[in-house]
Design a protein around this ligand. Structure first.
Ligand SMILES: Cc1cc2nc3c(=O)[nH]c(=O)nc-3n(C[C@H](O)[C@H](O)[C@H](O)COP(=O)(O)O)c2cc1C
Length: 197
């Protein structure tokens, strides 16, 4: 069984380091038997979550589209910046909206339930965004995801990539290999989409 795994970066900034890291990790995953999907939050612009907005207009179509994409996956690799020792609003807002989706195409669905999630980060600071990843864990567990133990953070983002765009530090590359291996293995063993396709 080929696990379906999506990658999403928590920043859509031009020149985003997290986006670059997501693309580098995607390049590695593309060499495996994984069915890979790259989700770009720039394709899913959403208003800041507000219960009145939801009551008046329902869940926005972009949140439904994102939920549909996530519901198809066995695993998700979340590559997230750290903002003020916590999670960035762009990605948190997307998760909040998607967590409000209960039905897609007239079928009951909980988009995150049983989804295997791996966490990665890169930041210009010394800790690589590690505190942000710790902040993601309870959020993702509360929406029903299975967050794997392995995670990886890259400090000093400006020096992190070589001229080809690969990670420059061998030790960090090895940690990412371990993260990707664990994400693929657990996504394969807890696969939730076999019955859907
Ligand atoms: C509002 C804000 C808060 C930030 N807080 C942190 C922080 O707590 N820890 C950290 O390592 N970097 C922090 N940074 C720096 C980001 O890690 C850095 O801007 C990074 O490049 C953002 O990710 P991106 O390049 O993918 O957009 C912060 C940046 C912003 C804009």
């Amino acid at each position: 069984m080929n696990p379906k795994i999506a990658i999403v970066a928590g920043s859509s900034r031009t020149g985003s380091f997290n986006r670059r890291l997501a693309m580098e990790l995607a390049r590695h995953l593309a060499k495996t038997d994984v069915k890979l999907t790259i989700l770009d939050l720039a394709d899913y612009p959403l208003p800041i979550y507000d219960a009145d907005t939801e009551d008046e207009n329902g869940v926005p179509n972009h949140a439904l589209d994102l939920a549909r994409q996530i519901a198809r996956q066995d695993g998700l690799l979340l590559v997230s910046p750290e903002y003020n020792s916590s999670v960035p609003p762009l990605l948190k807002n997307a998760v909040d909206w998607v967590s409000r989706v209960r039905r897609i195409d007239d079928r009951p669905v909980l988009p995150f339930k049983g989804l295997v999630v791996g966490l990665a980060s890169i930041s210009t600071g010394q800790n690589g965004g590690m505190k942000g990843l710790e902040a993601w864990r309870p959020i993702l567990r509360s929406v029903g995801a299975e967050v794997i133990t392995a995670q990886c953070s890259v400090p000093r983002a400006r020096e992190a990539f070589d001229e080809e765009g690969a990670l420059a530090d061998d030790r960090i590359r090895m940690r990412f290999d371990a993260l990707l291996e664990s994400l693929v293995d657990v996504s394969r063993s807890l696969a939730r989409t076999m019955a859907q396709d």
